[in-house]
Write a new protein. Sequence first.
Lengths: 269, 407, 294
Amino acid sequence: MRRRALQWLAVLAVLGFCVVPLLGQVVTSLLPAQALLGAATPSAWSLDNYRGALQGRPLVRSLVNSIVVAGATTFFCLVLGSMASFALAKLRMRGKRWLLGGALAISMFPPIATVSPLYLLIRELGLRDSLGALVLSYMTFALPLTLFVLTRFFREIPDAIYEAARVDGCTPFQTWWRIGLPLAMPGIASTAILVFISAYNEFLYAITFISSPDKRTVPVAISLFASDRIEPWGEIAAASVIAGIPLVLVTVLFQRRIVTALTQGAVKD
Amino acid sequence: MSSSCRSERAGARRSARKIELVVKHQPLGESDAFRRILRAFEIDHPDVTVVAEALPSSSDVAHQFFLTALEGQARDFDVFVVDIAWVAEFARAGWLLDLSPFVAPASVRRDFLAALGDAVIFEGKTFAVPWYVDTGVLYYRTDLVARPPSTYEELLQTAREAQRAHRQLSGFVWQGRQYEGLVCNVYEAIWGHGGQTMQGDRLLLQTEPARAALHYLQSLLATGISPPSVTSAAEEETRRAFQGGRAVFMRNWPYAFAETERQGSSLRGKVGLAPLPTLTGEPGHGVLGGYQLAVNAFVDRDKRDRAVALLRHLTSLEASVDLAVAYGRSPARRDAYDHPRLMSDAPLVAALRPAFERARPRPVTPYYMMLSDVLQGEFSAAITGVRAAEEALARAQSLVDHLMDAR
Amino acid sequence: MSALPSTGEGKERRAGRLMMAPAVLVLVAVALYPTLASIWLSFQRLILVFHERRFVGMGNYAFLVRDARFFSALGHTVYFTVVSVTAELVLGLVFALLLHARPPAKNLLRAAILVPWAMPTVVSAKMWALFFLGENGLPFFGISIFDVNWLGTPGYAMHAAIAVDVWKTTPFVALLLLAGLVGIPQSLYDAAALDGASSLRTFFAVTLPVLRRILAVTVLLRALDAFRVFDVVYVLTDGGPANTTETLSVYAYKTMMRGGDFGYGSTLATATFLCVLAMGGLYFLVIDSEEETR
């Protein structure tokens, strides 16, 4: 009985730790501007800030942009990454260690510095101020991430299954398509979520490569949030809440998958 | 009324051919006067629609935005604001359209306040047109202070007395966060102690007035005249503290006055403006701030004329007065200060003219933003006590010399 | 794996290379090229805004070793990494243990734990800024934490930034550790219970040793990320006050974006990269040597 009570206490503490700052943001978003300047009671709550944040400003547009960019990044990373990871995990080749190590090394370079040459490269390709530029540049961190996680998952597939496929006459490509992908689905799903979230939240490249307001992604839209008011705290809070909803949805819907997949993947290490 | 409806419908039919001009500006306030000014331009130029896009109020953020956009030769805005601190930089980079054919340097010097000419004219060419000016002024509570202080001694004394009488009050709030505003506050203190900014081409930092200025600011914090929150405060934080009745004196730009005088403000009628105090009692020099309007150098040829026309419309006499009355933005034009409507509807703005004539610019150099980054760090170190003022100034001097000499 | 005729092996190798090619190509173009280009830039004085471009060889690096601000930034970065990773480990372990013990409202807990990690840093940092600004933030929140001017006092600001980072990444650490906890066979716990060990003793004698490898990997992963921290510091304090929260990435960013000096900025980034590479090499050795012994 006492154990249960202690557990509840711990659970509440952890819930509070995680959620209270967000609640603060929600409360801020519900208070009209004047109320924020002085003490205010809950009776002053209103949806004004949400109206202000959505009206006239391409916030919904940036939500769409973010989802499109994150989705495209995830798609390309999975396609390219799953092929490469499968090859790294199962096929006999030389230099696998170097490739994985190299990918790790490259992803460790501070994004600050790669911004500038990337910027010039993107300008040459005529992709400046396009969402394609973002997808391309997100490969810098998303692809190595995909490679690491998926390689581990592909390694979990027992060699026996792979042997059987090869004996059956399958080409490596067919083995990947028919056997590898289905078996590694949990890993692929969890990788997809990881990549999606990190692409969605990326800030530096997004603020550097995009300038027109209708191509901005969510983190940029929030940091460049401007309205007639000098410091629109309430509206920024409302915009943040709106911006955070897709992510909260994704994590709540897929939390079991994320956790289970990470758990399974690591158990056999 | 009906004729404008008709012309609107005609305009809508032609809207497929309309030229769209984008204006990037800083938030001005909650009145719709700015929109009306833009509509007036649209009515005069029926083939143009104007879209106004606001930038975040932080000047540094705006600077960064323009840096990345214009470096990529962005074309999605046509007319934009340029802080007085970056005009030199952008002009040197070639991002500002040479406006000399439309607005001759001589007319700029004639029509606008004195110090502004040097800020927008380089190599004999006009690169921007001043829009509104700003300078640092001292705000004081008329219900707590009989007479605004003219020396630092008086300021300290008055603040201490008020603080003794009202326990919860802060004496003097100013912008002490590590950002551009801090550099403004420090330079005002340096000038107040009799110092100069530059010697020829070189930034002058290791001087007695500079040391005294930093000591003074640091002592404000050490003796409790200024609350510790000053070191993380920018303009809005100090305004809120002052407007909430929590301070006796405030250093800020004139915009805050419109806020304190607003309907519903608890300080309505209790706020006065005065020149900054100095060592000797002469009226102090505020930093010359404000925004200019410029045309994007990469704008399409066929839009160029319209964009310049829009710029001239926004910097016209009528528009300047409108901005002053609606938003409290002090006009950059000389003749605006003699305009009857300004004198009647925005008397305090009119009264500020001497402050602008006294205002001094920060070092005018294309490298200013680089230098400012160094100065921000070292000044912040001095006022928070991380380094002694002498050491901070020495470090700043060597870094600044390195940046400007290594060419 | 059994031995196979060489033609099969050759075909497999070719297929393998083909399957890896697209990914390698993209990485080379988008990741390797800018990295090398950036290192090349570090040997130049490049002020983009003024079209100033000059090759200065080791000039930037010579200035780097004398640059007090660089060493301050390095110190701040190391401090940030050490404190933040330690806090995340301890807190993450606590969370993981809690999740592992089949707590009430497990699903809600799991979802809630993931949310700080999933929110964009810009959003969460702005939220935390509100709290830390105390009376400078919104008077509605009134309470300033311990009445300290967190973001304006040298020393305190760094810990504010660390707190935000810990809040944000503890969930991720917790999940990685949970994965390890799940892998501990129940038989070990049963044996400890038979021996009459208390839960504390079981923790130190059974749980920790088995977790050792996962702990090591987590520490290194997090350290690599923490060393390159940018978003949190940039949004929360912008490197202030008095540059006391300026980490290497922030210094590099300011040099490039505020000052426009891409040459020296690249030098700073390359220096950061070398440090991270050293740490990364360690990680690679740990992971790969373990894999090889399977």
